[in-house]
Ligand binder design. Structure first.
Ligand SMILES: C[S@@+](CC[C@H](N)C(=O)[O-])C[C@H]1O[C@@H](n2cnc3c(N)ncnc32)[C@H](O)[C@@H]1O
Length: 253
């Protein structure tokens, strides 16, 4: 239960904890149909490179050995599709996302790629997963955790559904720490992304939220501490593209 008066961030705004998910859902409802195009434009295709680095770390078996991936906040399915491409016939992915509009785009993309036998889409909340304990061989979450109101709950749910000996991987925007690049990134984020969002999706505010939420997300060392507090061991991270993105990893032992 939320305590009365408990607040959190929605971008730069302080909002009641209980309101954040509705605000986040409005963002992804608004942008779902053009979400993939905007990702390509905003990151100039780099998001696919970051996602492939996550798939390399995941390293799913290329054989018929069964391997069950849970991709939370999986949206339109990029991580699941790329993992399926890298894996063998024993691979199965469940994409879990709270937003039916994002999932609908994902289902269409899976059918177009003839991946519907290996990738399924399930509506659900990262904070309270409707899966049994120790059900999955890996848990991924890409650019999702920063949108979840109670990150600690999402992390303990990740731990609960993973089999012992399996891995948690999280790709998230981070803090640019390269002199020169930091100012350029700041300018690009605040001056280019919201107007681009307006031009492509008709919605600048959702992309203003995106850039603000990135600034509010904990720095890698602090987030690694949260992952440890969720029960994970051998926690580490790798910064990518000058700190634009960080790949976090932890193991359920
Ligand atoms: C930026 S998108 C990332 C989608 C995909 N992982 C990718 O990398 O392209 C963030 C996703 O998080 C989902 N999301 C937000 N809050 C969530 C929650 N509490 N539980 C599950 N999914 C959530 C949104 O619906 C949205 O699809």
């Amino acid at each position: 239960m939320d305590q009365p008066g408990e607040t959190t961030h929605f971008g730069f705004r302080d909002v009641p904890l209980g309101d954040k998910q509705t605000l986040v859902n409005d963002v992804f409802h608004s942008v779902a149909s053009r979400y993939d195009l905007m990702n390509d434009l905003m990151s100039m295709g780099l998001h696919l490179v970051w996602k492939d680095l996550m798939i390399n770390a995941l390293n799913p078996p290329r054989s018929e050995v069964p391997f069950a991936l849970l991709d939370v906040a999986g949206g339109t399915g990029d991580i699941a599709f790329r993992a399926a491409k890298a894996a063998g016939a024993g691979f199965q992915a469940t994409v879990c996302d709270i937003n039916p509009d994002m999932l609908a785009v994902g289902r269409e993309r899976a059918a177009a790629r003839h991946l519907d036998h290996q990738v399924s889409f399930v509506e659900g909340n990262a904070e309270a997963l409707a899966f049994p304990n120790k059900a999955f061989d890996a848990y991924t979450i890409a650019f999702g955790i920063r949108n979840v109101p109670r990150i600690d709950l999402a992390l303990s749910e990740a731990y609960r559904v993973l089999k012992p000996g399996s891995r948690f991987l999280c790709l998230e925007f981070s803090t640019v720490d390269v002199p020169g690049l930091d100012r350029l990134y700041e300018l690009f984020s605040f001056k280019v992304i919201p107007p681009l969002g307006r031009a492509v999706t008709g919605d600048a505010e959702s992309y203003q939220y995106l850039v603000e939420s990135i600034r509010k997300f904990p720095k890698p060392a602090a987030f690694a501490e949260m992952i440890r507090a969720g029960g994970f061991a051998r926690v580490n991270w790798q910064t990518l593209s000058g700190g634009i993105v960080t790949l976090h990893s932890g193991w359920r032992l």
